[in-house]
Design a protein around this ligand. Sequence first.
Ligand SMILES: C[S@@+](CC[C@H](N)C(=O)[O-])C[C@H]1O[C@@H](n2cnc3c(N)ncnc32)[C@H](O)[C@@H]1O
Length: 229
Amino acid sequence: MGVAKYMFSKVAKALSSKKIYLSKSLSYRNEPLKLNTNFDHIRMATLELCYDEIIRNNVKGNISEIGVYKGNFAKRLNSLFSDRDFYLFDTFSGFDSKDSNKEMSNGYSTADQNFSDTSVKAVLAKMPFVKKCIVKQGYFPDTTVDINDSFCFVSIDADLYNPILEGLKYFYPRLEKGGYIFIHDFNNDEYKGAKDAVLEYCVNNNIAYVPIPDSGGTVVINKPLAPKT
Ligand SMILES: C[S@@+](CC[C@H](N)C(=O)[O-])C[C@H]1O[C@@H](n2cnc3c(N)ncnc32)[C@H](O)[C@@H]1O
C-alpha cells in the first residue's frame, strides 16, 4: 500500500469512529451535482436525485416544508425548485405545548429544544427565489385551512409525533403521483415519536418507505407513478 493510500485509510478509519464516512458518491454519473455542498451530502444528493425524477417524470405540483426554523434546508429547496410555489410552515416560535405534552407523556422526547431564535424576515432574506415563498406562520395543521394545492415534494422536519403525523395526513393525499416526502428524524433516538408517526401512517395506509443514512436519519416516501397506457 502506498503512503497516500495508507494515510487515507487511517483518516477514514478515525473519522468513521465519529460517524463521518469518506466514500465515493455517484461514481458512474457524469453530471455534477447542482447542490454541491458539504451540508449533509447524503440528504442533499438524495434530494437532488429525487428532484431529477420529478422533472424527468413531468410531475406537477408545488413544494412545502413543515419545520423551517432558520431556513437552512428551505433555502436549498427554494434554489432547486425555483419555479414552484413554496409553502413554509412553522410557528417561528418553537414547539407548541400541545405537541410537547404529548411527547413527554408518551416518552418520545423531552421536546425541550428551543427553536424560537428565528423570524420570518430572517428566513425570507435567505431565499434565492423569495417571490415563490408563501409563509404559513402558526400551528400546523391549523395553518393549512385556506390552501388548495397539490405537491411534488414535501419536507417534514417538525421533530415531534403530532405535527409529523398531521403532516403525513395532510400532504400524502395531496402528493402528486411521482412526488416525494422526506421525513427527518425517523432514525433519531432523541425524537422517537417521528418513527412512530411514520410507521402508524405508512402501515395503516399501505405505503412503502426507504430510510436513508443521512445525518438526521431521514426516511423517504414516494407515491408511485401511474402506469403508462
Ligand atoms: C428541527 S427544526 C427545523 C429545522 C429546519 N428544517 C432546518 O433546515 O434547519 C423543527 C421546527 O419545527 C417547528 N414545529 C414543530 N411543531 C410544529 C407545529 N405543530 N406547527 C408549526 N411548526 C412546528 C418548530 O417551530 C421548529 O422550528
